[in-house]
Design a protein around this ligand. Structure first.
Ligand code: ZN
Length: 134
């Protein structure tokens, strides 16, 4: 099954927790066991699994990425958003998460996040669900 999620981000940089949204997609999926691939169809946004319990984890991640890759720097890309491209490359544009009993089989503290690096924008996340063979 293929599904598209649209996420409107609100800031230049932020992490948006998609876990509940993806579990809602899974509710409509008849197979309850398999693999969920999430793919961000953009070059300045990314997707990652990390701690969803303490919001300071996400803050620290963004603050340290900004230290590594500042917004203004010695970049050649004329659009002026090279930092966003580099951050997206570092985090990556897809994740795979097992599905068990019709839900993402995440650890207790884990959530899946869209990482926005050049917002606010409307972002498209492709959800591909592959059922286990019977
Ligand atoms: Zn660009």
């Amino acid at each position: 099954m293929r599904h598209e999620l649209f996420v409107q981000t609100k800031n230049r940089q932020e992490l948006v927790d998609l876990t509940a949204m993806i579990n809602r997609v899974l509710e409509a999926w008849p197979a309850k066991e398999g693999l969920c691939t999430l793919f961000v169809a953009h070059t300045t946004a990314a997707i990652t699994v990390n701690e969803a319990a303490d919001p300071s984890v996400v803050d620290d991640l963004l603050r340290h990425l900004n230290r590594l890759v500042p917004e203004k720097g010695d970049y050649r890309h004329r659009e002026g958003n090279s930092d966003a491209h580099i951050k997206a490359a570092l985090i990556g544009n897809s994740v795979q998460i097992p599905v068990h009993n019709g839900r993402l089989d995440l650890g207790t503290w884990q959530g899946v996040f869209l990482a926005e690096f050049d917002g606010p924008r409307r972002r498209r996340v492709i959800v591909k669900l592959a059922a286990d063979p019977d």
